[in-house]
Each structure stands twice: as C-alpha cells, then as structure tokens.
Design a protein around this ligand. Structure first.
Ligand code: PMP
Length: 360
C-alpha cells in the first residue's frame, strides 16, 4: 500500500480505516453526487455530518450539557488571542510555562492584559512539569492557563494544577482524545486537531457556557467572539467543513475501538515499549523526567549530535519518517498519537536496537 510509519508531531498519521472511508466517499458522498468538500455547509447532508460529529465527541469525552462544543478555524494559535479577548474581564491571566506553546499563549495574552508567569520549567529546557500544588495564583486572575501536553518537549501534566478556585484553561492539542478527561475541571479545554483527530486548521473549543458572553474586550472582532459561533452552532460563516467531516470519522473510529479508556490502554502500551527500551539502552536516552513523560511525544538523544544525525538519516532510509527532534531541542522525537499502530513502535525499537548494536 506504500504507507510508512510517520512519527511526525503534527500533522500526523490518521487511521487507515478513516482515510479509506473518506476516499470511498470522495466522488459521491452517500448519493449526493458530490464530495463533502463541494457541498454547501447549509445542506441537509452536511448538517447531519456536523451534528453527528458533535454528538460523538460529547459521548466520547462525556461532555456535560453546560459545556458548548465549537468547531472553529485558525488552528490552536488563534485561541492564544481568542481566550484573553473573551475571558479577560479583570485583564489578568496566570500562566504555567512548560514549553514553546505555553509561552506563545502567554506572550499573546500580554497584548491584552497582565499575564503573569506563576511557574515555569524553562530552567531545565522544559524537561519536567513544575510542582503546581501551591502556586502564587493572582487574586484577580481571570483564568490559569496551561499547555497540558508539551509536543516539543514530551512532557504531560499527570495532575492538573491547583488553581485555587480560578478557571483552568488548557491546550490539549497534542493529547486530545488520547485518554479520558474530566471536562468539568476546565473552563475551556481546546486543541488543534492535526495530531490525533483530523486535518490542520480545525480547532475544537469545549467551553463552559457561562463563559460565553457578549462582554469581550473592546475591539474584539466578530469572528473572535465565542458568542458569535455559539449562537450559530459553529455555522456563523463557512466552517472548515471537510476537516470537521474527517474529525467526525475519527470520533467514530475511537468509539469503535472502545472509547478513551481503550485509547489510553493502547497508548500506554505503545509508549511503554519505547520508554522501556530507552531506559535500558546504552546509547539512547529519554530527555524528560520519568514521572512527567508524555504518552504522545517521546524525545530522545544519543548524546552525540553526529550520531543523532546518522540515526535520523538511516531511520528515514528504513521507512521511519519525521523522527528529527524539534529544531529548538535537537535529537530525535517520536510522536506516537492514537493512529500510530503498536507495530510501528515495535518496528522503531527493533531498528533502534540494530542501530545501537552497529554503532556502539
Ligand atoms: N499547541 C500545541 C500544544 C501544539 O503542539 C501546537 C502545534 N504543534 C499548537 C498549539 C499550535 O497549533 P496550530 O499550528 O494549529 O496553531
């Protein structure tokens, strides 16, 4: 079939079943005589697609009725601005800086108000999650912001921070639907979909309904008010229709696999294969403290840049794509999202063992 193991941090692998189904429906979506790409978003057929996508996501994540699901555009990065524009009533946000994406969100929030860094792991190249049990939360903070899984550094919050009663806003772009979550713990939980769910551009925002108000910062564009999209069921303007259709298929794929508990078990099994190998290897080592390791993004190094480069080159030739670490970190990174099969991780570890034997 020509498919390879793609370890990209995103856009990333999607389930083959989903891609095949989409391919089968490309020329004639269920008797409409057109593809979903060519279809009016106001059509009956599309209405079913978006409604079903929301229903399936609600079921998967057990989203309570007082939370709205918005399918928006602009990727996760547009949320860095939309969140302060909509939530900053006191113009204060508190931020935990655990990597580049958390930092970008913080820098954007600073445009709109006082953004405070209340914890950071920058001192050790973001290789751990700071202790968040007793943070100096600002008295008038509108929200506390985290990036729950740090795509570049491979860390994950295993326990949510104690926000001392303040709203928690979380970017889950790189751990979306990888394990069960308790939505009620968040004011907003959102993510770009291009890692675990679908094509880039779509961002899913799950937001407690009382946070959706007309009371946004002065000058907030209509398109950047949650209220605009909530009122119109994510159809204020043309939504990223084809992307949402693929997301809907992935939701069904996850449901068929047994939901988020099953995803978690599958992801833990995969990650353990790689981490167990790294922990005993004489050549490779993981770069993150054990207790904060991500199930999705696994950065590792040999400790020798030349050897890293050799590994990346040879792994590519052997059919393992996108193992190069982020340009700011170097080394390697294997992103093993939901759609990466166990066989992909097993094959990677077999390759690493061979490389170690040949180069040690
Ligand atoms: N947050 C996280 C955790 C990410 O990994 C990324 C992208 N890799 C982003 C935000 C930015 O997403 P986008 O490119 O969709 O704006």
């Amino acid at each position: 079939m020509g498919r390879i193991y793609n370890f990209s941090a995103g856009p990333a692998m999607l389930p083959v079943e989903v891609l095949k189904e989409a391919a089968d429906e490309m020329l004639d979506y269920r008797g409409t005589g057109m593809s979903v790409m060519e279809m009016s978003h106001r059509s009956k057929a599309y209405e079913v697609i978006i409604k079903e996508a929301e229903k399936d996501l609600r079921e998967l994540m057990n989203i309570p009725d007082n939370y709205k699901v918005l399918f928006l555009q602009g990727g996760a990065s547009l949320q860095f601005a939309m969140i302060p524009m909509n939530l900053m009533k006191n113009k204060v946000s508190d931020h935990i800086i655990t990597g580049q994406w958390a930092k970008k969100a913080y820098q954007e929030a600073k445009i709109y108000g006082t953004a405070n860094v209340i914890a950071s792991s920058e001192d050790k190249t973001f290789s751990y999650i700071p202790d968040c049990s007793d943070l100096p939360i600002s008295e008038n903070a509108d929200y506390v912001y985290i990036c729950e899984n740090n795509t570049i550094y491979g860390t994950k919050f295993k326990k949510l921070p104690n926000t001392k009663g303040k709203l928690l806003v979380s970017d889950v772009s790189s751990c979306f639907l990888s394990e069960p979550v308790d939505v009620t713990k968040y004011g907003i939980i959102y993510g770009g979909v291009q890692k675990n769910i679908g094509p880039a551009g779509v961002v899913i925002v799950i937001i407690r309904e009382d946070l959706i108000t007309e009371d946004t910062l002065p000058g907030t564009p209509t398109m950047m008010k949650y209220k605009t999209h909530e009122k119109e069921g994510s159809m204020y303007n043309t939504p990223p229709a084809y992307g949402i259709y693929i997301c809907g298929k992935v939701f069904k794929w996850i449901k068929n696999k047994g939901g988020l508990e099953a995803m978690k078990a599958h992801n833990e099994k995969k990650a353990a294969i790689l981490y167990d190998f790294l922990d005993q290897s004489k050549m490779f080592r993981g770069t993150v403290v054990k207790e904060d390791r991500s199930l999705m993004n696994v950065p590792f190094v040999t400790g020798n840049e030349e050897l890293d480069a050799k590994f990346i080159k040879e792994s590519k030739a052997a059919g393992f794509e996108n193992l190069k670490g982020h340009r700011t970190v170097g080394g390697m990174r294997a992103s093993i999202y939901n759609a990466m099969p166990i066989e992909g991780v097993e094959a990677l570890v077999a390759f690493m063992k061979k490389f170690e034997a040949e180069n040690l």
